[in-house]
Design a protein around this ligand. Structure first.
Ligand code: 26V
Length: 811
């Protein structure tokens, strides 16, 4: 652990500022002050970083590599200060220099290299691996442009590129000496030498993969792991001068651009798979670079390749990095000269896979032609794997051709990534109990039958350091005052807080903390949107990607109904509410964008209607991202987790809200089920179709949106309001939402759950009126949230999947 006192910190900081900017601190801009602080912290980290690496290299401890297309890290400064244990020292030192730490922290550009839950999970996992002293590193892509920036203009989502590197990135270090070459295209030459068949890729296009390393700071344990992100460059950065003289300058430039395109931008659609060649290129690019560097490093430090799987675990975050399987096979076969059987055994033992969604449209598959042209040698390997595997199936399922073709890795003109991931790995896990059961019983039932022992559940988690200690320090302090600080290292100890739930003093304190957080958020809402909200109203929050299955529409229809009721009866006795939404829609997802338009139109109308304004307000906050979530979640009273049962694999914001003392209104979907099991039915508000009812509809049909609407006057009124000009002069403005609900008989059963959702919302009002009772519920939620720390999840992965039982010692 680093130990630095305030006066040393002050001196170090002033020196750093001078070195970096060549001027005195008093003359610097706030951003320059942030940069100097970030650089100083990185310097502080450097020594432990080298020590960790040295220790790792010497030891025979198993190294875990978490391969992910997305790492949604957010800001790093606050986390690093917290984990190094110098946040208060730093705050004090800066104070003496008349600098406000929070102000500087707010200047850091979010590292938004992810779409949503899957990317944020990867970031929480890195934090937990480092904090638990597990040698575990991230491997991904250094996108030049992260997830797009969203602006709401005239009630509509407008996208702008997220040029997050524009002002530099103090956290990363470019490691040119660790670059790898990744080969695309060409042909495979097959020759026989000394009785061995040798495969060589020729006439390929080489791409240079350059790593940028970011330190991942463990919590007060001197462990610094690495997040390694790869960037694509031409192998030679020199222009071909002969092409200059031939006047082919533009051609050379175009080539450079086409190479750099590989790591240019994060794909912003996380639900509908599109067979884009560039995405396949991205996938192979980082997987190949990552594996080559892992094998190189392993051998350099004396590892025997036959024992690779005893020292290395590779985890693939969804199917996106599945090419790790044939790429590792290629290295073991072609470069290390191992036999097929040995290579296959090592690969299977090394790789494990997590599934994050059952939405069929998100299942990745690549057209054979595209795959083969881009990755000729990898295709040969996949083909061979498929052949051997199908042989096994033929012997097992004699004559069952349908089943075999369903389970094949290559079929119907496509390479199916989920099938490849299952066959080529030793572990397949879902991310919450229900999700894993659905995988086993339905989506992957044939595979479960074939390989029952591969399947397991690992319920997701969140870093309680970022999502509680850092983002809600008042609540953290209250916990420390009451139960001591052991929960920081052992989050399950939060259970000790349970008994305080019944203490009216504590209830009052919890309410004060919440109110303070709500005041801060109200200020932010006013500054960014110009909307005045009442911090004494219920802050009712739905923040997540905008998607039909997450059912922002259900929430919106209920608000529209409430508004109609209030117009009819201005004295209606409800607890005042502020409805807060945030989230991005995939740029090509028309329905989701229309949903954003609807929410904003409803907001516009309600917020300007004096008749109801002391009772309800709606806010749609622009550009949802990690740093914004950190401000909204601690200020939330009611957490909306209202997906159609069976569709949300886990959800993780549900855990963040709970840990910050919000009550959840939820369907029995994803990890909501486990939250209910932890807090008890009386401390969560459940509504909606059950798993069985939903599956019944899907299997047997029988859902009629029109019938449901026609039998409920409230629904008739609110669906009519979508198309009668009530919210917009253009009656067709929300046509897409309307048609989707009714004409297309909405596959997510919004109208079916409407009645039970409204009843559940009435319960919220009832409970909230007794504020002590409400805070008791919040306290119980907090007390039982420890199990959702990603530390618990990571320990389960480490012991149950990776076999990394030995942790870094004596650092
Ligand atoms: C899927 C696709 C498919 C099409 C191409 C681009 C792309 C990019 C990302 C994804 C991932 C979608 C899956 C996902 O994010 N699942 C979420 O994972 C969370 C962490 O396990 C979980 O809490 C959420 O319930 C689940 O929706």
């Amino acid at each position: 652990m680093i130990s630095v006192d305030k006066s040393t910190f002050k001196k170090d900081y002033q020196k750093k500022f001078l070195e970096l900017h060549g001027m005195e601190l008093v003359n610097g801009t706030n951003f320059q002050k942030y940069e100097a602080l970030g650089s100083l912290i990185r310097d502080y980290v450097a020594e432990s970083w080298i020590n960790t690496r040295r220790k790792t290299d010497k030891s025979k401890e198993k190294q875990v590599y978490y391969f992910s297309m997305e790492f949604l890290v957010g800001r790093l400064l606050g986390d690093a200060l917290l984990n190094l244990g110098i946040r208060e020292t730093c705050r004090g030192a800066l104070n003496d220099l008349n600098i406000d730490l929070e102000e500087l922290e707010n200047l850091e550009h979010d590292q938004g290299l992810g779409n949503g839950g899957l990317g944020r999970l990867a970031a929480c996992f890195l934090d937990s691996m480092a904090s638990l002293s597990i040698p575990g590193h991230g491997c991904g892509i250094r996108y030049k442009y992260g997830f797009f920036e969203q602006k709401i203009i005239n009630g509509t989502q407008v996208e702008a590129p997220d040029n997050w590197l524009r002002e530099g990135n103090v956290w990363e270090i470019k490691k040119l000496d660790k670059a790898e070459v990744v080969k695309f295209g060409g042909e495979v030459k097959v020759e026989e030498t000394n009785g061995r068949i040798i495969f060589t890729q020729v006439n390929y296009e080489p791409i240079l993969a350059v790593p940028y390393d970011t330190p991942i700071v463990g919590y007060k344990n001197n462990v610094i792991n690495t997040l390694r992100l790869w960037s694509a460059e031409p192998v030679s950065n020199e222009f071909d001068f002969s092409s200059f003289s031939r006047g082919e300058f533009l051609k050379a430039l175009a080539y450079k651009n086409s190479v750099e395109a590989i790591s240019q931008v994060l794909y912003p659609d996380d639900s509908v798979y599109e067979g884009r060649r560039l995405r396949l290129k991205q996938q192979y690019f980082f997987v190949s670079a990552g594996l080559q560097s892992i094998v190189r490093h392993f051998k350099k430090h004396g590892g025997k390749i036959e024992e690779f799987d005893e020292h290395v675990a590779i985890h693939i975050n969804d199917t996106h990095p599945t090419l790790a399987i044939p790429e590792l096979m290629r290295i073991l076969l072609d470069e290390e000269g191992l036999s097929w059987e040995t290579a296959k055994r090592i690969t299977n033992n090394t790789v494990s896979y997590t599934n994050h969604t059952i939405l069929a449209e998100a299942l990745e598959k690549w057209p054979i032609d595209m795959f083969k042209t881009l990755l000729p040698r990898i295709y040969m390997i996949v083909e061979e794997m498929n052949k051997r595997y199908c042989n096994e199936l033929w012997n097992k399922y004699i004559g069952q051709w349908d089943k075999i073709s369903k389970m094949a890795i290559i079929a119907d003109g496509y390479v199916r990534m989920a099938n490849l991931a299952i066959v080529g790995s030793h572990s397949v896990n879902g991310v919450a109990k229900l999700h894993t059961e659905i995988l086993k019983k339905q989506e992957m039932s044939d595979f479960y039958y074939l390989y029952p022992s591969k399947f397991n559940n690992k319920t997701n988690g969140i870093s309680h350091r970022r999502w509680l200690l850092k983002s809600n320090s008042d609540l953290k302090n209250l916990l420390c005052e009451t139960i001591g600080d052991s929960f920081i290292k052992h989050p399950m100890d939060m259970e000790m807080f349970h008994k305080y739930a019944y203490d009216s003093n504590i209830q009052k304190k919890l309410n004060d903390i919440k109110l303070k957080n709500k005041n801060k958020l109200a200020k932010l809402i006013y500054e960014t949107k110009g909307i005045v909200v009442d911090p004494n109203s219920i802050f009712d929050v739905q923040i997540k990607r905008i998607h039909a299955y997450k059912r922002q529409t259900l929430n919106c229809l209920r608000i529209m109904d409430l508004y109609r009721q209030l117009i009819e009866n201005p004295n209606l006795d409800i607890v005042p509410r502020t409805f807060i939404f945030a989230g991005k829609a995939a740029p090509a997802y028309y329905l989701a964008k229309n949903t954003i338009e609807l929410i904003n139109a409803v907001a516009e109308k309600i917020n300007n209607d004096k008749r109801v304004n002391d009772k309800i307000k709606i806010v749609f906050l622009d550009n949802y991202r990690v740093s914004l979530a950190e401000k909204i979640i601690p200020a939330t009273d009611l957490s909306e987790q209202i997906s159609t049962t069976t569709k949300e694999a886990s959800g993780t914001s549900n855990m963040k809200f709970m840990m910050n003392g919000a009550v959840t209104i939820a369907t029995l979907d994803g990890a909501n089920i486990e939250i209910k099991d932890e807090v008890g039915e009386e401390n969560i508000i459940i509504f909606g179709l059950t798993e069985r009812e939903v599956l019944n509809y899907y299997q047997k049909g029988g859902y009629s949106a029109w019938d449901i609407r026609n039998n409920d006057n409230r629904l008739i009124r609110v669906t009519d309001d979508l198309i009668n000009g009530f919210y917009n002069n253009d009656k067709n403005r929300f046509r897409s939402v309307y048609e989707n609900l009714l004409t297309y008989n909405d596959e997510f059963f919004v109208l079916k759950d409407f009645d039970s959702y409204l009843n559940a919302q009435n319960k919220v009002d009832k409970y909230y009126r007794d504020i002590n009772q409400w805070q008791q519920m919040c306290a119980i939620n907090i007390a039982h949230s420890g199990i959702f720390s990603s530390d618990r999840t990571i320990l389960e992965y480490a012991t149950g999947i990776w076999g990394s039982t030995v942790l870094y010692k004596n650092l």
